[in-house]
Design a protein around this ligand. Structure first.
Ligand SMILES: [Zn+2]
Length: 522
């Protein structure tokens, strides 16, 4: 290549860089950002509406203006004017939603070997601009990331840190007094809330009371070890603000027993026992729409209690092959994470000792009963949020969040109700609905932009896109989030996912690693 052609190439590359000005690192915030021509799907349940121009100043939404009519050319003179130093983002015909809230987002522990950088890119690449971490590596670790994210020094969703109850305490929490002290210290350190796993009634009562007094929120995974004496209803009455997953809810619905029908050789530490028997739990509870079922639901509704079902994280239980063969594993799943998912007597959530048709069919029935409760709770005005709990059981960050939306659809939610759950309902549950959760003047500029209509097919939100056959009989992929905007900063969502692919590819190269299915030797 001679000097002249080299120069031309450099110029060409510079032009290209200028043209695609949105990067994985994020651009902005701008003194003025105008997002032009979108179809708005707001998180408030309103139907899609467009074309709309949205004006943002720094990271605050200043104006939401309808600029035309479907099928009619937009009159430019009627549109908000771009000021000098401002930025216009042409999103003509694209769909814009408030940033998604993942209400169950563990940033990742050492056992998954996933670092925050990798996890955050997967989330942001799927439009997740806010996460609640229900316990993680430790409060200091999470608060450090939270501060950096708040200043946008790192590419990351905004973070709400709920400390695991008792975490970092010198000894065990053995009395109500110790529980109260731990709760006060947790608040002092700057946590946003507490994540419980269940404890004795005296300790739960004291801890929840103290936490509520301090104005902090709370989540609970009602582990089976404590659930016979303290189920979801006890928690809600004592002031718990949200329940995670589903454990403790069938127990609140028991009519003809007080404990689950455990086989007599059951061992909780054997996860095949734990998850297999859990799959038979919902049918031991009161029947849908029975008197007791209704009474429990009405009481939870009256307490303004939030359900965060995390349907997706149990999906491998009803269809292991689907979860382990998900097409994103090859390029987006880290070797350490893949290893962690493999059948094991040690790793949490790797309960595939002998998992077959019987277990899967039981879980399918379990899901039906569970989904009936969650959908009806929503129908009666209850708050249901969208949470993923990724990093376990073959569920990958970001991708699993979209799968959670699909499962809410299966439960009976209208796609607009799903977007509402993923945005406004999450914001409400965090006490943040004055700042995020809908596209409203005065709120923060957190948006998800996608070229396809997500209401018609939620799969267009997957980073791998949705499959479509063109008029010319060509198979293509459409969708994938295009822009994730957080605090008025525009991120190229696809570039973020490309970075994830690079992280994974370089790990594999280092380890000479190939993803193999369980039990298959190369
Ligand atoms: Zn969790």
């Amino acid at each position: 290549m001679n000097t002249k052609s080299m120069l031309l190439l450099v110029l060409f590359l510079m032009c290209r860089l200028n043209l695609s000005s949105q990067s994985a690192q994020g651009d902005g915030p701008y003194s003025q950002l105008i997002i032009r021509g979108v179809m708005l799907i707001n998180g408030n349940g309103a139907p899609p509406q467009g074309p709309i121009d949205i004006v943002v100043e720094n990271n605050i939404i200043k104006k939401i203006e309808v600029v035309g009519y479907p099928g009619v050319a937009i009159n430019d003179s009627d549109r908000p004017k771009l000021l000098s130093g401002g930025k216009a983002l042409d999103c003509t015909g694209m769909y814009l939603m408030p940033g998604f809230v993942d209400m169950h987002g563990h940033i990742g522990g050492t056992s998954q070997g996933a670092d925050a950088n990798y996890v955050f890119r997967l989330w942001m690449g799927h439009g997740v601009t806010t996460i609640r971490e229900p316990s993680g590596r430790g409060l200091e670790y999470t608060l450090d990331l939270k501060r950096k994210s708040a200043k946008n020094e790192i590419v990351a969703p905004r973070i709400f840190a709920y400390t695991g109850f008792g975490q970092d305490n010198k000894g065990q929490i053995t009395s109500p007094e110790i529980a109260r002290e731990w709760i006060r210290n947790n608040a002092k350190k700057g946590a946003d809330g507490v994540k419980f796993f269940g404890a004795s009634p005296e300790i739960m009562t004291a801890a929840l009371e103290e936490n509520k007094k301090l104005g902090l929120r709370s989540a609970c995974h009602h582990s089976q070890l404590n659930v016979a004496r303290w189920n979801v209803l006890h928690s809600a009455r004592a002031g718990l603000t949200s329940m995670e997953h589903w454990y403790g809810l069938p127990e609140a619905l028991f009519e003809d027993r007080t404990v689950q029908d455990y086989p007599l050789d059951y061992n909780y530490n054997n996860e095949q026992h734990r998850f297999e028997e859990a799959g038979r739990l919902w049918k031991q509870a009161a029947k849908p729409y029975s008197e007791h079922w209704n009474a429990v639901m009405e009481e939870l509704l009256a307490l303004d209690f939030t359900l965060d079902p995390t349907f997706n994280i149990y999906e491998a239980s009803r269809d292991l092959q689907r979860a382990r063969r998900a097409e994103w594993h090859e390029e987006y799943t880290l070797p350490s994470l893949w290893d962690f998912y493999q059948p094991s007597k040690v790793s949490h959530g790797s309960y595939w000792h002998d998992w077959g048709t019987e277990q899967e069919v039981a879980w399918k029935e379990n899901y039906k009963l569970w989904m009936t409760f969650v959908n009806e709770y929503k129908n009666r005005g209850g708050r249901v949020t969208t949470g993923s709990d990724s990093g376990f059981i073959f569920q990958l960050y970001g991708f699993a969040y979209i799968r959670e939306m699909e499962l809410l659809r299966e439960a009976g939610f209208h796609p607009l109700e799903i977007i509402m759950s993923a945005t406004l309902k999450g914001a409400e549950a965090l006490g943040m609905d004055d700042k995020i959760g809908t596209v409203t003047v005065g709120k923060l500029a957190d948006f998800v932009v996608v070229e396809e209509n997500p209401l018609k097919n939620l799969k267009v939100l997957y980073g791998t896109g949705a499959i479509k056959l063109t008029e010319d009989n060509e198979v293509v992929r459409v969708g994938g989030v295009k822009y994730t905007i957080k605090d008025g900063i525009i991120y190229d969502a696809k570039a973020l996912l490309e970075e994830v692919k690079e992280i994974v590819a370089s790990e594999k190269q280092k380890l000479n690693y190939k993803i193999l299915q369980p039990g298959v030797k190369e």
